[in-house]
Design a protein around this ligand. Sequence first.
Ligand code: NIG
Ligand code: FE
Length: 413
Amino acid sequence: MKSLAVLHVSQLVTLAGPTRPRVGTEMAELAIIRDGGMLICGDQIESIGPSGEIEEKSQNAEIVDAGGRVVLPGFVDAHTHLVFAGNRLEDFERRARGESYEQISKAGGGIRSTVEKTRAASERDLLPQAEKHADWFLRCGTTTIEAKSGYGLTLEDELKILCVMRSLKQQSPLEIVPTFLGAHAVPRGMDADEYIELVIDQMLPRVAGEQLAEFCDVFCERGYFDIAQSRKILTAGRKLGLNVRIHADQLNNSGGAKLAAEFKATTADHLEKTDEHGIAAMKSARVQPVLLPGSVYAIGSSDYPRAREMIEAGLAVVIATDFNPGSSPTPSMPMILSLACTQMKMSPAEGITAATINAAYSLNRGNRIGSLETGKLANFSIFDCEDFREIAYWFGIPPLHSVYAKGERVVGA
Ligand code: NIG
Ligand code: FE
């Protein structure tokens, strides 16, 4: 079996620790090994420790000299909308002129405009665009993403999107965890109840039957799906064995966080408008909040979610890009780290925990990825800096040197 020894790492950010998501002050503990090294056999980490000790064990290994750079686990991006056609440049320009996300959506832009383009595209058209997006993620140091459907909104088109993810999974080193988000919007020409019936009676059974998704998600928001409608869809999804994630309280405090608690959902995502009651409900039901500051930034809002209160309440906070063409056109976790620190007042260490090990647990993969420990997958990035805090500090350019997925170099010379 091929082995690889990564040596002379200035800060080997391992995130070794308890085998559960990190909470409270644990979020700032990164278990850094200075002048560290790592021996990799095949796709797994065989041993990890001081560079000198690793070197002694590495007679037949290929050497990767990190040259005093920083090494981190591959980022785990727990909320993306990976597969769609086209872009939303018109919306972008209208927002720059002062129109809001909701106004633009009512005027014919928004999610439904991407739905039209995505319906018109075939699986063969969508795959190369999704491949390009996958490559962007890797080039930002991300090795695992969650990916939602939701730009099809017919049985055929939702299945088409999930099949694109399945094809991409087979050919990209990026690990993709699929989520069914049929309830992303009510399609034009249908009323909500009629569409919900279609989601429950036709889409969900096919998606679950063909094992095309691990999670079921709903956009619980005024003008999209209200609490009762969301409850109906999530109940059906759960009955079919899907785990639950919810787009909650993004534009209004509509009780989404509490609904997530009622379902003991794996995650409640967005939470820009969630108050202390929502935070307490999530805490008692152990729901992980997934915070998406890129979407706040890109829609030109200043309503960032209450990350500090959530950390202080003991929630296992996750941060993610929300990569999508409308509200958050970025695949860059380093950019999200910058926003987490500057706008949500998280420390760089808390941000890194939220973007790696906590995110991995939110995808039910905390035992395989998210930290650099013996037996875990060798998914890691080398950053061209000496201090991990630089990754959040220099914004607009990920200071990335190279990326490895399952022990193979996938980015970098
Ligand atoms: O997470 N909130 C709903 N869905 C996306 C936006 C999708 C879009 O605008 O195309 C989000 O922000
Ligand atoms: Fe989203």
